[in-house]
Design a protein around this ligand. Structure first.
Ligand code: IPE
Ligand code: IPE
Ligand code: MG
Length: 252
């Protein structure tokens, strides 16, 4: 067990990952088209990046489009892709000026060449920034990510670069899209749904999950603080036993 994995309460997560859910329902409740919910969701995203910096979160991962979201109607898919494109085009300068390093995780092969170029440009431009890391999960599915990492491992083994018997967690981890990022300590999902929807299956193995009833466009600083406070109340055990617990097993 490494030092960071001793049982206890931890006041502040360094890496927070958020499943931004509920845009459609937010719009539906107001008799608006789903697109309006996504537009307002983007405003909440912008505010959340700012708030994360203020609240001392060093790494923020946002689930913005899943590998399963291609199943939505074509008009909604193209609206969401356009929204992401405009976000990167419009906000990149400001993020860069604020010292934010941008990373995009997810499959790139299915993206259009212009979107791929934009994603690469955002990463290259901001790669040396150190104030905060913003990880955007886009065309992301954890199973897809693990499959792609496994393919790389298999190629290395087939080429004789690694021994199959030498494969360990670190080797697989270093071939994931999140290589060199620490695991999230806290995963937040908005909208009241209590499922993971193919997000960070590997990385969230020991994350704390906080499910909030608030719909994503209404996720504000108070909701963010509430999730962080809930995290601080949790006791993380990593399979061990609480500090202060009698550790003797006793007679059989
Ligand atoms: C989250 O909101 C945004 C994306 C998944 C892209 P939804 O669009 O899933 O909203 P609901 O869940 O239908 O309310
Ligand atoms: C998860 O939300 C994906 C994102 C937030 C990008 P969904 O709305 O797609 O998840 P399900 O379909 O309710 O599981
Ligand atoms: Mg949803």
């Amino acid at each position: 067990m490494s030092a960071g994995q001793r049982p206890g309460h931890f006041p502040q997560p360094a890496h927070v990952a958020i499943i931004m859910d509920g845009n459609g329902r937010w719009a539906q409740m107001r008799g608006l088209p789903r697109q309006e919910g996504h537009r307002r969701g983007l405003e909440a995203l912008r505010a959340t990046v700012r708030n994360a910096g203020d609240l001392g979160v060093r790494i923020l991962t946002l689930y913005s489009f899943s590998t399963e979201n291609w199943r939505r109607p074509a008009t909604e898919v193209s609206f969401l892709l356009g929204l992401l494109k405009r976000f990167v085009e419009k906000d990149l300068g400001e993020l860069h000026a604020a010292g934010v390093r941008v990373r995009i995780i997810g499959g790139r092969d299915d993206l259009s060449p212009d979107l791929r170029r934009l994603v690469e440009h955002a990463e290259t431009l901001t790669r040396d920034n150190t104030a905060m890391t913003l990880v955007v999960a886009f065309n992301y599915g954890a199973r897809d990510e693990i499959v792609r990492a496994t393919r790389r491992l298999a190629a290395d083994a087939a080429a004789g670069r690694i021994e199959p018997a030498a494969i360990d967690e670190a080797m697989l981890g270093s071939r994931l899209d999140t290589a060199d990022l620490p695991d999230p300590e806290l995963v937040i999902r908005t909208s009241g749904e209590t499922r993971i929807s193919n997000f960070l299956l590997w990385q969230a193995a020991y994350a704390e999950f906080v499910f909030l009833p608030v719909l994503w466009p209404d996720f504000d600083r108070a909701a963010f603080e509430e999730a962080l406070a809930e995290y601080g109340r949790r006791e993380r055990r990593f399979g061990g036993v609480s500090e202060g617990v009698d550790r003797s097993v006793g007679a059989a």
